[in-house]
Design a binder for this molecule. Structure first.
Ligand code: AP5
Length: 220
């Protein structure tokens, strides 16, 4: 059975940072809808061209485009070992679509860790974020710096700052999160799947809390 963990949390909460560690440890596939869109942007695919204007101004890409992209990814063979979803679902319609996709694939959402962080901290985190071009490894200039500035520790590729991490766009992304994604906290709490994780701690302590929450989650 395809078991899916859904990581919930605002922009900059640390979903991507934690997902990279957790997916490796659990042997699951890390699926980030933001990374999938950025790959389409880099390749200038038709989907990339459709998504660009939304991403650049911090709005959500329309549900139909997002859902079909994630459905396609979840249908690939490698997901049978389990999937860790980061950044999807982000609207109630996406959550319903995920449930339908998983039913078709004989899967289920096993746990939904919600990483909470205050808004001031989010802005500081995103303005100091650097990401590797090759594989998306995530750094922070103060909290998690690379050994050599501008170079990824893992693959030696160049680090860059995301276009949508400009302060004005970050503020819009947080607003969009509050309006459109926060309702999913209740959605998954009602289904007995939500586990809360305090995200305002050092990265390794968040990882520990996350594993404790996952281990305590009876559906895992
Ligand atoms: P996406 O790429 O998903 O961005 P996001 O959800 O806004 O999340 P981020 O990647 O910004 O943050 P994160 O929580 O992963 O934090 P990270 O670990 O990097 O989406 C981008 C855009 O794509 C959206 O705006 C939308 O347009 C579109 N999109 C994507 N999915 C969509 C969907 N489902 N529907 C519609 N549109 C969609 O950490 C941030 C920084 O903090 C890093 O520098 C990190 O080193 C640092 N850090 C992490 N944890 C800690 C810690 N504990 N202490 C100190 N620093 C920390």
């Amino acid at each position: 059975m395809l078991k899916c963990i859904v990581l919930l949390g605002p922009p900059g909460a640390g979903k991507g940072t934690q997902a990279q560690v957790v997916a490796e440890k659990l042997g699951s596939v890390h699926i980030s809808s933001g990374d999938l869109f950025r790959e389409h942007l880099r390749n200038n695919s038709e989907l990339g061209q459709q998504a660009r204007s939304y991403i650049d101004c911090g709005e959500l890409v329309p549900d139909d485009l997002t859902i079909s992209m994630v459905r396609e990814r979840l249908s690939l063979e490698d997901c049978q070992s389990g999937a860790l979803l980061d950044g999807f679902p982000r609207t109630p319609a996406q959550a319903e679509a995920l449930a339908d996709v998983l039913e078709d694939l004989d899967g289920e959402v096993s746990s939904v860790p919600y990483i909470s962080v205050s808004t001031e901290v989010l802005i500081a985190r995103l303005s100091g974020r650097w990401t590797c071009k090759e594989a998306g490894h995530i750094y922070h200039e103060l909290h998690n710096p690379p050994k050599t500035a501008g170079i990824c520790d893992y693959d030696g590729s160049e680090l860059y700052q995301r276009e949508d991490d400009k302060v004005e766009t970050v503020k819009r992304r947080i607003q969009v999160y509050l309006n459109q994604t926060e309702p999913l906290i209740e959605y998954y709490r009602d289904r007995g799947l939500l586990v809360e994780v305090e995200g305002d701690q050092p990265i390794n302590e968040v990882t520990e809390s996350l594993f404790m929450a996952l281990n305590a989650s009876e559906n895992l």
